[in-house]
Design a protein around this ligand. Structure first.
Ligand SMILES: C[S@@+](CC[C@H](N)C(=O)[O-])C[C@H]1O[C@@H](n2cnc3c(N)ncnc32)[C@H](O)[C@@H]1O
Length: 215
């Protein structure tokens, strides 16, 4: 299966090669599975053939494509759930304040557009609730206490909840550290003595970073 060797995907493959052993990986926000998911699976094939990858994708349409793409891959478990339920979204005022006080890629888009995304994400959330918290469901069903690697690339407005849900993972990789999604989660882990920063690119893909738990 092919994968796109962009910088984040290459980082995922090299983490798998260098930071084993791996039993359980989780990706929050897999979309149709052709990006980071394919890179993770490639890295697993080479370096961790017995590991499992849990993929959470909340959009029903993208989930269908994801599930179809990996239907023949028993190591990949695709689940159509939101990472966390219930989710608390930021208010419009909080987003306005964030955009006024914090220099991130969101400024290119303007407040009105970002507030439209917030409304769309909240509406999608309201429409597709399943009464299941994806991460908690995986922990319970597959008996996973701590993930070996967690990739946080889900909703733009729920990065804080996603980090909380996977906190304790041995490796945490975040996309969009220079957007709302993982701006605060990045700062939280950067200041957390339990984690150390092991990779950072503040520009590519609106910023990405990887942390390793040290205690
Ligand atoms: C930026 S895309 C992921 C891209 C993918 N990681 C890649 O690089 O190939 C974010 C995805 O997260 C999904 N999503 C948003 N909120 C989510 C949540 N709370 N739980 C699971 N998936 C979520 C969206 O439907 C969207 O497909």
């Amino acid at each position: 299966m092919s994968w796109i060797p962009d910088a984040l995907n290459q980082l995922l493959v090299s983490l798998l090669a260098e930071k084993g052993p791996f039993d359980n990986l989780i990706e929050i926000g897999s979309a149709s599975g052709e990006g980071t998911t394919a890179a993770l699976l490639h890295g697993m094939r080479v370096s961790a053939p017995k590991a499992r990858l849990f993929c959470l994708e909340a959009s029903p349409l993208l989930f269908q494509q994801l599930a179809h793409r990996y239907a023949q891959q028993p190591q990949v478990v695709c689940l159509p759930y939101f990472s966390v339920e219930p989710l608390t979204f930021p208010t419009a005022d909080q987003i306005r304040h964030f955009m006024q006080t914090t220099r991130t890629v969101l400024r290119h888009y303007g407040v009105d557009r970002v507030l439209t995304w917030l409304a769309q994400e909240e509406a999608a959330y309201g429409q597709h609730l399943q009464g299941i918290s994806g991460v908690a469901h995986i922990r319970d069903t597959y008996q996973v206490r701590h993930f070996d690697l967690a990739l946080l690339d889900g909703g733009e407005f729920c990065g804080h909840a996603d980090l909380e849900a996977v906190y304790g993972a041995r490796l945490i990789v975040m996309d969009d550290t220079k957007a709302f999604k993982n701006y605060a989660p990045f700062l939280r882990l950067e200041q957390d003595p339990a984690y150390r920063l092991i990779a950072l690119d503040p520009h590519w893909r609106h910023g990405y970073a990887a942390f390793e738990r040290v205690v």
